[in-house]
Design a binder for this molecule. Structure first.
Ligand SMILES: Nc1nc2c(ncn2[C@@H]2O[C@H](COP(=O)(O)OP(=O)(O)O)[C@@H](O)[C@H]2O)c(=O)[nH]1
Ligand SMILES: [Mg+2]
Length: 316
């Protein structure tokens, strides 16, 4: 069933959230597709629009080439037909990178959450804790951002709200690996289903941060082989193309991240970054964030995302 025939609260908010990307991108497309002829100029203008939505040069170029191929294959003559073909190309690009998280695969399931300062790690953890708590899972949070005292308090607020099983925290400045170690021990003892480990986004310098994260990963793996089961990188969609660099760096440093949470899609005109990420880095998108509230995080679904991108949001 088409998603559009069954509007949900989240879908509506996703449309609203993506409305700035929509306005800059689809609005321009619609103008383009009223042209009489499909010619080279149209393709060039299309590529410019894709670049403006932060889809990036390589990926924009590939999308246009795919579109040209489809136009030839389907013998399309009218520009108005391009919209649905483009929508299909974009959906297909994202579909294989849908990867809903299945925490029942391991018990306890250990999830390490990374990302630079301010991208929304702690908020995303809070939203996930709420969601899994609501599903009846025993969730333990680990306050691995020991760099800022406020970070622990922030996680505690979420823990309260989410009614989690507990929160493992140490003193400010403590070794985050020790926090992770304690959290796993506690999770085993209390038979928790899920441990979500928060981390710092900024230390004295980047190599310190990377070394700390690598140590956390080693300590976790020593406690529980195969863990962490998920290394989730949180990325702020408003950073646009610069985000790609962040993903590459964390991915290399951690020996492979397993998924991304793309936050702050609400109010950015740069939602197109998602296409570059999957196309150029082939990393699954696990979650998307469209606001600061508990309900504003969702499993990433390609069709829903592209539909929302093409949909005009009703009101604000
Ligand atoms: N608009 C919006 N704000 C978000 C979203 N996710 C997080 N934030 C906000 O971004 C700010 C930084 O979030 P925080 O979780 O502390 O980031 P951290 O430093 O990575 O842990 C906070 O003000 C959050 O409320 C989102 O999806 N949309
Ligand atoms: Mg934080």
């Amino acid at each position: 069933m088409n998603i559009l025939s069954k509007p949900t609260g989240f879908f509506k908010r996703l449309c609203q959230g993506l409305s700035r990307t929509h306005n800059g991108f689809v609005f321009g497309l619609e103008k383009l597709f009223t042209k009489a002829r499909i010619d080279e100029e149209l393709y060039e203008e299309l590529e410019e629009l894709l670049l403006l939505a932060d889809i990036g040069f390589t990926t924009s170029n590939q999308i246009v080439e795919k579109l040209k191929g489809e136009v030839k294959r389907k013998k399309v003559k009218e520009a108005v037909a391009l919209k649905s073909i483009l929508q299909e190309i974009l959906t297909n690009m994202l579909t294989s990178f849908e990867a809903p998280l299945d925490i029942s695969l391991h018990s306890p399931f250990i999830m390490l959450v990374l990302g630079v300062n301010g991208v929304g790690k702690t908020t995303t953890i809070g939203k996930l804790a709420t969601r899994f708590g609501r599903e009846g899972k025993k969730v333990l949070l680990a306050a691995g951002d020991t760099f800022r005292a406020a970070a622990v308090e922030q996680l505690e607020v979420w823990a309260d709200r989410a009614k989690v099983e507990g929160i493992i925290k140490h003193k400010p400045g403590a070794d985050p690996s020790a926090v992770a170690f304690d959290a796993i021990k506690a999770a085993k003892a209390r038979e928790a289903d899920l441990v979500i480990i928060d981390t710092a986004g900024r230390l004295h310098n980047k190599s310190h941060l990377i070394a700390e994260l690598q140590k956390m990963k080693r300590v976790i793996a020593r406690e529980m082989p195969e863990a962490p089961h998920e290394i989730l990188l949180v990325l702020d969609a408003t950073t646009g193309q610069n985000g790609l660099q962040q993903v590459k760096q964390f991915n290399e440093a951690m020996g492979g991240i397993t998924g991304l949470a793309l936050t702050k899609l609400d109010g950015t005109a740069k939602g197109g970054i998602i296409f570059s990420i999957v196309n150029e880095l082939a990393i699954p998108i696990k979650f998307i964030g469209i606001g600061e509230g508990t309900e504003d995080l969702r499993d990433f679904k390609a069709e829903e995302f592209v539909c929302a991108l093409f949909e005009k949001s009703q009101g604000n």
